[in-house]
Design a protein around this ligand. Structure first.
Ligand SMILES: *[C@@H]1O[C@H](CO)[C@@H](O)[C@H](O)[C@H]1NC(C)=O
Ligand SMILES: *[C@@H]1O[C@H](CO)[C@@H](O)[C@H](O)[C@H]1NC(C)=O
Length: 486
């Protein structure tokens, strides 16, 4: 009798509040009873498992849905549930293999049929964690402004454990595991968010940098099949194409990485090297894939990342986007003003076309020299009389521009048009504000990630601050790209 329940609730709102604040943080589903933390404003559930732990025989295998009942899960405390990863600066990031978990934050006093935002973290497919960007301030602000929603942030396996490569990975059905993890998290959200007060028909999927790339990969999965897992997307500083070319399974360098890991761990003589890797102590395996990454002397994505496997990716992302083989939904997409500026070294002393060509030949070897030559003509040196930071040369900002258009602005604009021409509304933006607490060198301007400090709490920026939100977002250059019929 929902009618009479509403009447009672309407008559005694105080009682409803009391009931929610004491019991609202306990949620039952057929699989489990989840106990979150609550401060009366937010309920936070730390580390909800969304797949079977990928350990033992499930290491380096596609994620498996949870089928056994989990009973009572006390999720009041954040734990170190980070997936093993690598980072060019930090080195090997020890985590836990049992990392397929998600965090969920909702308003304590109002959670009925709320829209849901699911965040996929970035980290070059090699590091990152669901807790790196803390959505609590966002949920609080949404609630305060009558735009209440539920925030979900998901983990997925990264580095070698999420993206093994080579023939053996192919024959063991182990490509693009991290993307499959993301999808299983989305399936969990679709099936279970109703019990947490969310509306499974109002899910927005979002991400920044590699997180945004991941969102587009979810849109084009299995030829662009629409499983209703999300109804809109937000792509911050990422698109279907851009930074790194995605190899086919026979890419020799990646086979070599796999072989080196097998050799280094003593799995060469095992009857099945892949099975041997699955049964190693995790420290030993993690150390080996880290050493191989270091020896490759490259950025992590060039060692362990997504592969055009013919199953998830039925072709190169650029081809799938051009062919319209993706799920087109309302999209917010954009980049920051100076996006990739901090990737361009300041010690090279760029002063001529030749110095730029020499650099790009090594830095982006997969871009044909002809393309770079044409871009040099489009961005003539005469327009770059200014200079970058000391020692960077008179044409440093020219290189920055060329690189930004090549690897960020053009791919993002192209994706915006492609999504729009499939009939979905697209809102395109350029983020042009630095937060007052932002500590990056000022010559970097509004570089990649500048937008995040306005939205999320992070360890270095604990409080995004509501006043600054409204004040600083004004210069944001937003326009609406009308949708067209396909
Ligand atoms: C990670 O674990 C390995 C082996 O257990 C250890 O040698 C290394 O110091 C750890 N790294 C960090 C950053 O804690
Ligand atoms: C691995 O070891 C085998 C056999 O010892 C050797 O032939 C091969 O070159 C090694 N591969 C790599 C990538 O080190």
């Amino acid at each position: 009798m929902p009618g009479s329940l509403q009447v009672i609730v309407g008559l005694v709102p105080g009682l409803l509040f009391l009931v929610s604040s004491s019991y609202g943080r306990i949620v039952h589903t057929p699989l489990a009873t989840y106990v979150g933390a609550s401060d009366g404003t937010l309920d936070i559930f730390h580390g909800i498992p969304f797949a079977e732990p990928p350990v033992g025989n499930l290491r380096l295998q596609p994620p498996q849905a949870i089928t056994t009942k989990l009973g009572l899960l006390k999720l009041e405390q954040a734990t170190n549930g980070r997936c093993y990863g690598i980072d060019a600066v930090q080195g090997l990031i020890n985590g836990t293999e049992d990392c397929l978990k998600l965090d969920l934050i909702r308003p304590s006093t109002h959670h009925h049929n709320l829209p849901v935002y699911v965040l996929i973290h970035g980290g070059e497919f090699n590091n990152g964690d669901k807790s790196d960007l803390d959505g609590s301030e966002l949920v609080k602000t949404g609630f305060a402004e009558n735009q209440a929603f539920i925030y979900v942030s998901i983990n997925y396996r990264v580095s070698f454990l999420g993206f093994p490569s080579g023939r053996e990975a192919q024959s063991h059905n182990a490509f693009n595991l991290g993307l499959q993890d993301q999808r299983m998290a989305l399936q969990w959200v679709k099936a279970n968010i109703g019990a947490f007060g969310g509306d499974p028909s109002k899910i927005t999927l979002g991400g920044q940098a590699t997180g945004a790339d991941s969102v587009v990969y979810q849109m084009m999965a299995y030829g662009g099949v629409d499983e209703g897992l999300f109804q809109s997307v937000i792509l911050q500083s990422g698109a279907a194409t851009g930074l790194t070319p995605i190899p086919k399974p026979d890419y020799a360098a990646w086979q070599n990485h796999y072989d080196s890991i097998v050799n280094m761990t003593g799995c060469t003589s095992a009857p099945d090297g892949f099975a041997c890797l699955q049964s190693l102590p995790i420290d030993k395996l993690a150390n080996a894939f880290f050493v191989v990454f270091e020896q490759a002397y490259s950025i992590p994505q060039h060692v362990y990342a997504v592969v055009v496997d013919g199953v998830w990716f039925q072709d190169y992302p650029s081809v799938l986007m051009s062919a319209g083989q993706f799920v087109a939904v309302p999209t917010v997409i954009g980049h920051t003003t100076n996006e990739l500026i901090n990737r361009i070294p300041t010690y090279v002393g760029f002063s001529s076309d030749a110095s730029i060509l020499g650099f790009t030949g090594a830095y982006v070897p997969y871009v044909p020299q002809q393309t770079v030559t044409e871009m040099l003509a489009l961005f003539p040196a005469s327009q770059y009389s200014d200079s970058g930071p000391p020692g960077s040369g008179s044409q440093w900002t020219r290189v920055v521009d060329i690189d930004n258009y090549l690897q960020s602005f053009c791919p993002i604009n192209t994706a915006a048009s492609q999504i729009s021409s499939k009939g979905a509304d697209v809102w395109k933006y350029r983020w042009d504000a630095r937060h007052s607490t932002y500590t990056a060198n000022t010559y970097l301007g509004v570089d990649q990630g500048s937008d995040l400090t306005f939205i999320y709490s992070t360890p270095s920026h604990p409080n995004p601050g509501t006043n600054e939100h409204t004040e600083q977002t004004a210069p944001m250059n937003t326009y609406h790209m009308p949708s067209q019929s396909p």
